[in-house]
Design a protein around this ligand. Structure first.
Ligand SMILES: Nc1ncnc2c1ncn2[C@@H]1O[C@H](COP(=O)(O)OP(=O)(O)OP(=O)(O)O)[C@@H](O)[C@H]1O
Ligand SMILES: [Mg+2]
Length: 350
């Protein structure tokens, strides 16, 4: 193929493949789509081409012969067309057809699937690092259940049997509570509309989930909640924001322990949500990068670097702001500021 930074492309076939090609190629500045042809006037790609003001035709010879075309992309799937093109193409043009164009179609489909998966993994970012904690928390009650059940097979005293059965029930309840918290957290973004959300309740829920991520053993906790603090948004998304911020704070104090302060405040018609730690802090030259997707200082199995990117995306969507204040070796404070949704005590909170 001619290597120049401007490629003139003619697309033959306006079915799903042709339509996907238009959608993909029209974003690329160095590619000009000179036209698209299809015998069927109702083909979906023709409609899309008209919307984007790309010339539409039924005349293949005219399209490939008259526009200085450098690449002909044939997605008709028609062997006749392939033969015709090889016999009649302008000498300067290259042809992409047959199995090469099928491969391209597969790549396009694969890419759009990856994009959808990325969106979902953004939602789940952070949950990877929870896995070890979850396994640990689920395994403890399971070991207990196993031991009790083994005893039961030999136990003759009915009172002891009842007692052990009750212990088993408790252990099972604990395991299913862990699973319930997590399935709630990992569920796909729920479609419901924005509602009034109690920030204090979400903060406590987030703390419960963050517990699975790392040990809170050496961490002192201070909660300063203002009753009635409420914001408007998607409760699952707000939960996701708080889980990420708390998990980061706990990770920052992993080595020496410290104090985690969770604060909510109504001030000046706004709701302030503050999460502070006394951990390792963030270097001044890194502060501007922490909200970038995939920026992480953690080992690959510990962090994806999507946590804060998601936080900022969700907070922006809720018309809030995200601020960070950090000193190396002293600690970090993240402050979220939201418009106050409603005066305290009114409306239903989720
Ligand atoms: N409270 C904090 N204290 C110190 N550093 C922090 C804090 N919060 C974030 N950081 C820094 O910002 C980086 C990006 O954070 P972010 O939450 O986006 O990703 P991550 O925690 O590395 O991975 P994950 O995708 O699992 O959340 C972290 O790797 C860390 O260097
Ligand atoms: Mg994180």
């Amino acid at each position: 193929m001619e290597i120049s930074d401007h490629t003139k492309v003619a697309i033959l076939g306006a079915g799903r493949g042709g339509r996907a090609l238009i959608d993909l190629l029209h974003h690329i500045p160095s590619i000009e789509i000179v036209g698209i042809a299809d015998r069927n006037p109702a083909a979906p790609g023709l409609q899309r081409a008209r919307e984007l003001q790309i010339p539409v035709t039924t005349n293949v010879p005219d399209l490939i012969g008259n526009h200085g075309v450098s690449l002909i992309m044939d997605v008709t799937g028609d062997p006749e067309m392939e033969r015709y093109l090889h016999a009649h193409k302008p000498p300067a043009a290259d042809i992409l057809s047959g199995s090469a164009s099928r491969l391209l179609w597969k790549l396009i489909q694969h890419e759009s699937k990856l994009e959808a998966e990325l969106l979902q993994s953004e939602k789940l970012a952070g949950i990877g690092s929870l896995a070890a904690g979850i396994a640990h928390d689920i395994n403890n009650p399971l070991q207990l259940i196993l031991g009790l059940a083994e005893n039961l097979t030999e136990e003759r005293d009915l009172t002891a049997v009842h007692e052990q059965a009750r212990d088993i029930i408790e252990a099972v309840k604990r395991t299913s509570a862990i699973c319930r918290d997590l399935t709630h957290y990992s569920r796909r973004a729920s479609s419901h509309q924005d509602v009034l959300v109690s920030v204090n309740e979400k903060m406590d829920e987030a703390l419960k989930i963050a517990r699975y991520a790392s040990s809170l053993h050496d961490i002192e906790m201070i909660k300063q909640y203002q009753p009635g603090a409420a914001v408007k948004g998607n409760p699952d998304e707000l939960l996701h924001v708080l889980v990420n911020l708390i998990t980061n704070a706990v990770h920052a104090m992993e080595l020496g322990g410290g104090t985690l302060t969770l604060e909510t405040k109504l001030f000046d018609g706004q709701v302030h949500v503050r999460i502070s730690d006394t951990g390792c802090g963030i270097a001044p030259d890194k502060i501007s990068e922490i909200f970038e997707p995939f920026f992480t200082t953690k080992a690959p199995d510990k962090g994806t670097g999507l946590g804060l990117y998601n936080v900022k995306t969700i907070v922006d969507k809720m018309h809030g702001t995200t601020a960070v204040d950090s000193q190396i070796e002293k600690g970090t404070t993240f402050t979220l500021t939201f418009p106050n949704a409603e005066p305290a005590g009114q409306g239903r909170l989720s």
